[in-house]
Design a protein around this ligand. Structure first.
Ligand code: ATR
Length: 286
């Protein structure tokens, strides 16, 4: 049996637990339709106990998939089980995109690329600053720290309620990353050009502390990787204070593109209709 993209219909998956919330099938379904590609992209609920067997079936070809995405809680397990995680993902210890090639499962993490592509699209020039502030030191902040560092930003302050977690990330990502307690915020804000929220603050409707964004550099950008709601309480505060804001939905859309290109052989475009499709879905599910 051979594997030619021209003659065979390719199938891809997203595996998570739970997976109902995943919008990836909508995104990839949109691109498959738009580009007229006769492939498929399906959601699979896979428990943590069943994940190793799922990966085995992907690797052997038994599952019929040429690759897929993994989401919470499988990103670390997929990294550990993949045959060929790339260099980027080795620093993160987590992957979200897998593909079969030469009988091996290759893997990468596209969250950082999604993050930068979103800012490139919606706030061009965002990287022309010396200092960035990242709120949060959870799983989601890692790819963001790596991406911001790799774009050349010289000083990256990671502020977290639990400073020890921020310190672990500073140790992992090198001397440009500085761990700080949340209380250091007023001090590090002065002259900063980029503010990124990676915490779940405000998602549950709980109140968010008041943040004074006015000491930031002129033209500074404030972004949130949370996209429900689209305008998070932190973005709302920043907008009122006259900052440029970028919501997190574009990160979700852009992180999907490299996987699609691998599995289906065409580079998809993140366009306004796709964005609207996801916004409509968010409204429907509210
Ligand atoms: P994820 O993998 O999605 O980033 P996580 O690992 O649970 O999720 O991390 C959530 C982040 O939000 C953490 O930085 C967390 O701070 P702690 O490391 O101190 O737990 C932060 N966070 C969540 N709720 C918070 C709150 N009420 N105040 C401040 N930080 C909060």
């Amino acid at each position: 049996m051979h594997d030619s993209r021209e003659t065979f219909v390719n199938h891809a998956f997203v595996a998570g637990y739970p997976v109902k919330h995943s919008r990836s099938p909508l995104i990839h379904g949109y691109w498959l339709d738009k580009l007229g590609i006769p492939g498929s992209y399906r959601a699979h609920e896979v428990t943590p106990e069943a994940f190793a067997d799922f990966m085995k079936a992907v690797k052997s070809g038994e599952s019929g998939y040429c690759g897929g995405n993994v989401t919470i809680p499988h990103k670390e397990a997929a990294f550990a089980l993949a045959d060929r995680p790339d260099e980027l993902s080795r620093e993160l210890g987590a992957v979200n995109t897998l593909w079969r090639e030469g009988g091996m499962v290759h893997a990468t993490n596209t969250d950082g690329r999604g993050f930068t592509a979103n800012l490139d699209e919606r706030a061009p020039g965002w990287d022309r600053c010396d200092t960035a502030i990242i709120l949060g030191a959870g799983g989601a902040s890692r790819a963001v720290i790596q991406a911001v560092r790799d774009r050349g930003i010289k000083t990256i302050h990671v502020l977290n309620r639990t400073v020890g977690r921020a310190q672990e990330l500073a140790d992992r990502f090198g001397p440009r990353v500085h761990a700080q307690p949340l209380e250091a915020l007023p001090e590090v804000m002065s002259g900063a050009g980029l503010f990124i929220n990676t915490t779940s603050l405000g998602m549950d409707g709980a109140s968010v502390p008041d943040i004074d964004f006015t000491p930031m550099a002129s033209g500074a950008v404030v972004t949130d990787i949370v996209y429900i709601p689209l305008k998070t309480p932190i973005l709302h505060q920043a907008e009122i204070q006259g900052l440029r804001i970028v919501d997190g939905l574009g990160m979700l859309l852009h992180q999907a593109a490299p996987g699609f290109a691998k599995w289906f052989g065409r580079q998809p475009v993140v366009d306004a209709a796709l964005r609207q499709r996801i916004i409509d879905d968010m409204e429907r599910r509210q």
